[in-house]
Design a protein around this ligand. Structure first.
Ligand code: FE2
Ligand code: FE2
Length: 159
């Protein structure tokens, strides 16, 4: 089976759940949360497979690392700073509600915000996701900034 097929096989279990599909409608770093999750998960999949780690747990954990919706956040009444700290726990609760998780996958979700949030990754697979999330977030942030600047410049020309 090709890497692409293996990846989408893992993904399809999650995508069959309604609440997970809602991530498509959530905004995240200037695009939708599902796109962000897929970028982080694909990178985690390839890195962990290359390095001989448990790439299935690594990919599953990555696919669930930001599994939360707007309602989850407003329900828990978070301020942005709290949200940074709380969303791994919220994502873990959601994940456990819908899916069967192993210890590695739980650790991946809880530790993905390290070092901003306390709690070091305990497994190699968690370190891979923590690293991939940072790289992808920086990439998405600059892509978003670039898009904004291009739009602003376009506006100036239109005027
Ligand atoms: Fe996150
Ligand atoms: Fe993330």
């Amino acid at each position: 089976m090709s890497n692409k097929n293996i990846y989408y096989n893992i993904f399809s279990e999650f995508y069959s759940v309604n609440k997970y599909r809602e991530l498509k409608n959530m905004s995240h770093h200037g695009n939708n949360r599902l796109d962000h999750i897929n970028r982080v998960s694909k990178m985690s999949f390839y890195l962990s497979k290359k390095m001989g780690f448990d790439y299935i747990s690594c990919t599953r954990g990555a696919l669930l690392h930001d599994f939360f919706t707007v309602e989850d956040i407003s329900r828990s009444n978070e301020k942005y700073n709290d949200f940074l700290h709380e969303h791994p726990r919220i994502s873990l609760n959601n994940s456990k509600k819908y899916f069967e998780l192993n210890e590695i996958e739980e650790d991946i979700i809880l530790s993905h915000m390290f070092p901003i949030v306390k709690g070091k990754p305990n497994y190699a697979e968690s370190k891979v996701v923590c690293f991939s999330d940072k790289i992808i977030s920086v990439y998405e942030f600059f892509r978003y900034q670039l898009k904004l600047s291009v739009n602003l410049i376009a506006l100036l020309f239109i005027k």
